[in-house]
Design a protein. Structure first.
Length: 356
């Protein structure tokens, strides 16, 4: 029975789609090659160690009385050289490959090729896609097309894709194995991914980071299309009706499971920056405004006084006391029309104020 199970294992594995080892995008192919090279290099050490372990266990077994036994043996220079030199060479090679791959496959780095021996054209314009991980669905905004989709992603073949990725509430991981490696999606933060798909087809995409009850249904289809097919897909989205504005988004971001594909023919301007800065609800202050206010000394005189002395000392050390004084945020008015109000500033003196 055990032999039958072992013999049937290759047959069972033959039905698996090993997309990570057989991807359709150039970035994923390079990552696959890196996995193979690193695995082979490590096996150069692992396989001999395992083989020698088994060999020594067999040769020096208790029943083998012919095996040489030397209880006084303690050192061999040749053996030490082999033991330390071989792993050292492997580590140096792996380190060099890792260093180069870390830069060449940096997801933030724009592509310089779409396939081996096929550099990106100088006038090539990447397809921009803004990705938002919601609970528990994916929102894709195409700023250049003015459309958006839920749980459906498409891109033309051999065209660089520039992803900007964030999340609405909890951390997820954007992963299309055929396209490139996984990239985390985090609320209030933006990550990036540059990739390209080289073969037409329909590929699976999902979240690779557990994020709650609806995680298992957080999947989507990625369509790799030729130019005509992508234009037809985009035209279909534009005729689908519906507009994704702030109010619609606030309804969409509510937790839901196993969401069907949805399409929006229009998207409110600056919706993605509002999602990124967690201020789609107009009654909330945007994170970038909070950071700007903090950088300017915070609200009220207490916050200003806390940075006045530091600012004065810095200028005094540099011998630049005569430079124009910085201005700090002293107050922020409550908006009445939903818009972010202009900041009110208070001029600071050139003398440090006493600490409060």
């Amino acid at each position: 029975m055990r032999r039958l199970a072992l013999l049937s294992l290759p047959v069972l594995l033959a039905g698996c789609d090993m997309v990570v080892m057989n991807p359709s995008g150039d970035v994923a192919v390079q990552q696959r090659d890196l996995i193979l090279v690193a695995t082979v290099l490590m096996l150069l050490i692992i396989v001999p160690v395992i083989a020698l372990t088994l060999f020594f266990a067999w040769k020096y077994r208790r029943s083998n009385t012919k095996a040489a036994y030397d209880p006084e043996w303690h050192h061999s220079t040749r053996l030490e050289v082999v033991i330390w030199a071989a792993p050292l060479v492997i580590i140096v090679i792996l380190g060099a490959i890792t260093w180069m791959s870390t830069h060449l496959l940096d997801p933030y780095r724009p592509l310089d090729r779409i396939a081996p021996a096929r550099p990106v054209a100088a006038d090539a314009k990447p397809l921009r896609v803004e990705v938002v991980a919601l609970d528990w669905k994916w929102l894709f905004i195409y700023p250049d097309l003015g459309v958006a989709t839920v749980n459906e992603l498409a891109a033309p073949v051999d065209t660089p894709i520039e992803f900007k990725i964030t999340a609405s509430s909890v951390m997820n991981s954007f992963f299309v194995p055929a396209l490139a490696g996984q990239i985390y999606a985090m609320p209030g933060m933006q990550t990036k991914l540059h990739a390209v798909i080289n073969k037409p087809g329909e590929y699976d995409g999902f979240s690779a980071n557990y994020s709650g009850a609806g995680f298992s249904g957080m999947r989507f289809k990625f369509h790799g299309l030729d130019k005509a097919g992508f234009d037809a897909w985009a035209a279909g989205v534009k005729t689908a009706g519906g507009r994704l504005d702030r109010e619609t988004y606030l309804q969409l971001e509510r937790p839901s499971e196993n969401e069907p594909v949805r399409r929006f023919a229009a998207v409110e301007a600056d919706l993605y920056p509002a999602i990124l800065n967690m201020c789609v609800d107009r009654s909330k202050m945007c994170m970038n405004d909070m950071m700007r206010i903090d950088a300017d000394g915070g609200l009220g005189m207490a916050g200003i006084h806390n940075v006045l002395a530091l600012e004065y000392d810095k200028r005094a050390r540099r011998g630049s006391e005569a430079e124009p004084a910085r201005r700090f945020v002293a107050a922020v008015c409550t908006p009445t029309d939903g818009a972010i109000p202009p900041r009110k500033t208070a001029a600071r003196s050139d003398r440090p104020s006493p600490a409060l």
